[in-house]
Design a binder for this molecule. Structure first.
Ligand code: NAD
Length: 342
């Protein structure tokens, strides 16, 4: 087992996985294996000097191929999206348990030294998130369990499986609970996008079309915190390298209402829109924020990119993507979404 040298990133064709591959490359790592179910030419970011594999990780044999020679595995593959997706696809979300189960088994078999698992704030008990006052969720608030139906329950179960693979089999698992991640190279249309990207896109649509209205899901008073992608990938590495054995929050503690998020996007775009509230649309819990006491205690660090700064970068990136698509410049869109960066 001593020859293991590969660093494996699953879900590498997606938002966070692609950003993590990019960071590892910038750190000089070249022994990278990137895996995703999507065909490689559909990955958000793709790097030709990385071993890129298109494999369905629901299947055990593909997880074996993925984990072979792996010293570290970052398991970021999941069938997921924003509220619009997870409220309407509970069975599909729960089926990600196949990925996590088979990846844990394969990691154990191949002697992987570290296994990072991407959990979610959706594991938290819904009763703790009924107020609009942005309750700060502590790690202990996941129990007694009343997770987000479907997606959140799968995450909670897989967290627990990571714990027991560590306790019973000695596989060194580390688990972070991500709170809403956003940034360039993320999903921004198609139904799986999350609030920051969706709002940036809607503001851009209004600006370009001249139709100065915006539809907002829910009352707009829901509170959330949003973590910029660079903070997320930095935190993933810190937690993976740490001795933090329990699942830990990885999120920003700068809570805003959805209305405030729209204010920021309007300010960036230099536009004011009439807001129409769709109270029947999926809107998730009323309030949620990340309590960062534990991560600050362990790492003397927390995600710190101000939302206004991260949103501006995200807006500019989506704007370029949007305009390329408007021009019917499919080549540009593809290039923008798969550019090999140095
Ligand atoms: P994403 O959808 O952009 O990336 C996930 C990737 O997993 C996709 O590219 C998808 O094709 C791939 N995938 C799905 N099924 C697969 C399969 N059977 N085999 C191989 N690959 C498969 O999502 P993301 O935002 O990058 O999320 C990464 C991880 O972080 C996920 O586990 C997600 O649940 C978790 N997470 C994300 C957020 C967030 O705000 N983005 C919040 C909490 C947790």
């Amino acid at each position: 087992m001593g020859a293991n040298n590969k660093i494996v990133i699953t879900g590498a064709g997606g938002f966070i996985g692609g950003a993590l591959v990019s960071l590892l490359r910038r750190q000089g790592r070249r022994d990278l294996r990137a895996v995703d179910v999507k065909p490689v030419d559909e990955w958000y970011q793709r790097f030709d000097d990385v071993e890129n594999l298109s494999l369905d990780l629901n299947l055990k044999e593909n997880c074996e191929t993925t984990a072979k020679d792996a010293v570290e595995i970052y398991n970021l593959a999941a069938n997921m999206g924003g509220m619009g997706f997870i409220e309407h696809n509970k069975a599909l979300c729960m089926l990600s348990v196949l990925i996590n189960t088979n990846m844990l088994l394969a990691a154990r078999k191949h002697g992987t030294q570290r296994f990072f698992y991407a959990s979610s704030a959706c594991v938290y008990n819904a009763d703790r998130q009924q107020t609009f006052e942005a309750p700060s969720l502590k790690e202990e608030d996941a129990y007694p369990a009343l997770a987000e139906d479907g997606y959140g329950w799968e995450k909670l179960f897989s967290e627990r499986m990571c714990r027991h693979f560590r306790e019973d089999f000695g596989l060194q698992t580390r688990v972070a609970r991500f709170h809403n991640v956003y940034g360039p190279w993320g999903t921004w249309f198609g139904g799986r996008e999350k609030a920051p990207a969706a709002i940036c896109r809607k503001v851009i649509e209004a600006k370009v079309s001249g139709n100065r209205t915006i539809e907002i899901w829910g009352s707009g008073n829901q509170t959330r915190s949003f973590m910029f992608i660079d903070d997320c990938t930095e935190g993933i590495q810190k937690i993976k390298d740490s001795n933090i054995l329990e699942p830990i929050n990885l999120g920003s503690s700068e809570a805003v209402t959805i209305n405030q998020l729209v204010d920021m996007a309007e300010d960036i775009a230099n536009i004011k829109l009439k807001r129409n509230y769709d109270l029947t649309a999926p809107k998730g819990v009323n309030g949620r924020n990340s309590d960062n006491t534990l991560i600050k205690g362990y790492l003397d660090w927390e995600p710190s990119t101000p939302l206004r700064d991260g949103l501006e970068k995200t807006y500019r990136w989506i704007y370029d993507q949007y305009m390329a698509r408007e021009r019917g410049d499919a080549g540009v869109v593809r290039e923008l979404s798969t550019t090999v960066q140095s």
